[in-house]
Design a protein around this ligand. Structure first.
Ligand SMILES: NC(=O)c1ccc[n+]([C@@H]2O[C@H](COP(=O)([O-])OP(=O)(O)OC[C@H]3O[C@@H](n4cnc5c(N)ncnc54)[C@H](O)[C@@H]3O)[C@@H](O)[C@H]2O)c1
Length: 250
């Protein structure tokens, strides 16, 4: 890889054990970053850290649990140094009929995707504020920018991530911290399997609008955009919500 935009920098990536989080961890590391790989699946995060090698390490953390997040982020900062970059990738979802969805399923999706994003940003911001610098990239989805049937909790949580990003940008932009959001469309990752099963009685045609003529993207091509936004080349980006979705939110 020609560019070394993260030489000497420390990055924290959540959801680092799979899919986009894994690809982002590898991309940032390939450009010189030392990466703290966080995931509720500590073994999977550990595999990513081993794949990267060097000083990169893994910590188990459930992003929906603020104490778990705080302890992993503080341990990572202690071991690797003040984080320069955070990419908040951890996320979950599945289809459901909203009128039948168990409340605990709704709460879990919002807890991981929205509350989790906030808790991770909060824990990392403590370090970035003290350092007076930092770059945060949240991961939303096309589902945060448009309606998607059978996905009310996912859409609501990702819409929340979009405006959380803007709010954090407004609050911290004058302290040297940029907060931006990447909103992908379909990426070929294990998460997509959770969206294979339609709920009973669902009309698949209603989901036609979320399918791009380009098909799915790859985790690596989304990670390349995340890296640009997180890097100093994205210097003028603050509070940006960047779609990369094969044209489905036009
Ligand atoms: N795959 C897609 O089509 C798609 C599209 C748009 C947005 N996204 C978003 O991209 C992000 C990454 O998704 P992916 O497709 O790589 O999924 P993935 O399932 O491959 O990876 C998600 C990772 O998050 C981890 N995770 C789940 N719950 C967690 C928790 N409570 N605490 C910490 N880690 C947790 C999982 O263990 C897993 O390693 C998500 O925020 C997702 O919503 C994905």
């Amino acid at each position: 890889m020609a560019e070394r935009r993260f030489e000497g920098k420390v990055a924290i990536v959540t959801g680092a054990g799979s899919g986009l989080g894994r690809a982002t961890s590898l991309r940032l590391a390939a450009e010189g970053a030392t990466v703290a790989c966080l995931d509720v699946d500590a073994d999977a995060a550990g595999k990513t850290a081993v794949e990267i090698g060097g000083r990169s390490r893994a910590w188990g953390a459930d992003v929906s649990d603020p104490a778990s997040v705080r302890s992993a982020v503080d341990a990572a900062a202690e071991a690797l140094g003040t984080p320069d970059v955070l990419v908040s990738c951890a996320g979950i979802g599945r289809f459901a009929n909203s009128h039948e969805m168990p409340p605990e399923d709704w709460k879990r999706i919002v807890d991981v995707n929205l509350n989790g994003t906030f808790f991770v940003c909060q824990a990392v911001l403590r370090h970035m504020v003290a350092a007076g610098r930092g770059s945060i990239v949240t991961i939303a989805s096309n589902a945060g920018l448009m309606g998607q049937a059978y996905s009310a909790a996912y859409c609501a949580s990702k819409g929340g991530v979009v405006n959380l990003t803007r709010a954090l940008c407004d609050e911290y932009v004058d302290r040297g911290i940029r907060v931006n959001c990447v909103a992908p469309g379909g990426i070929a990752t294990p998460l997509q399997k959770a969206f294979y099963a339609l709920p009973e009685g669902a009309d698949p045609n209603k989901l036609g609008k979320v399918r791009s003529p380009f098909g799915n993207s790859t985790p690596e091509e989304i990670a390349a955009l995340v890296a640009f936004v997180a890097s100093d080349q994205g210097r003028y980006m603050a509070g940006s919500i960047v779609s990369i979705d094969g044209g489905i939110t036009t």
